[in-house]
Design a protein. Structure first.
Length: 114
């Protein structure tokens, strides 16, 4: 999957996790971006200002530098990426909430119920 936000970073190939993009920073830090996380990220891109979106991208990289091994997941409950215990798992709200960037999810089930 092409992720232009991270195109300036070195992309690695992990055959054990073919669905997640893997990036390496100059300091050797590694982070994975699962497809569902990226979909959530694109949702923010559509709903926030360009400045706020860039703050989110910058924070993703900062957190990866700080923690050295990160998997950005769609949900903690069902991570798609299998890595060793040195990695931490973070969802989109772990990045956006500290930045005080919020998007209300108005999607919900039907009111009709059968």
């Amino acid at each position: 999957m092409i992720q232009p936000e991270f195109s300036s970073l070195k992309q690695l190939n992990d055959t054990a996790n073919p669905f997640a993009n893997v990036y390496e920073l100059d300091d050797g830090s590694i982070f994975y971006v699962e497809p569902i996380f990226y979909t959530h990220l694109q949702g923010f891109k559509e709903r926030v200002s360009e400045d706020d979106y860039q703050r989110i991208i910058n924070r993703i990289v900062e957190v990866a530098k700080k923690n050295r091994r990160v998997v950005y997941v769609g949900t903690f409950d069902f991570p798609q990426t299998e890595v060793d215990d040195s990695f931490i798992f973070l969802e989109i709200t772990d990045i956006t909430d500290p930045l005080q960037i919020y998007v209300e999810d108005k999607s919900r089930g039907s009111d009709y119920g059968d």
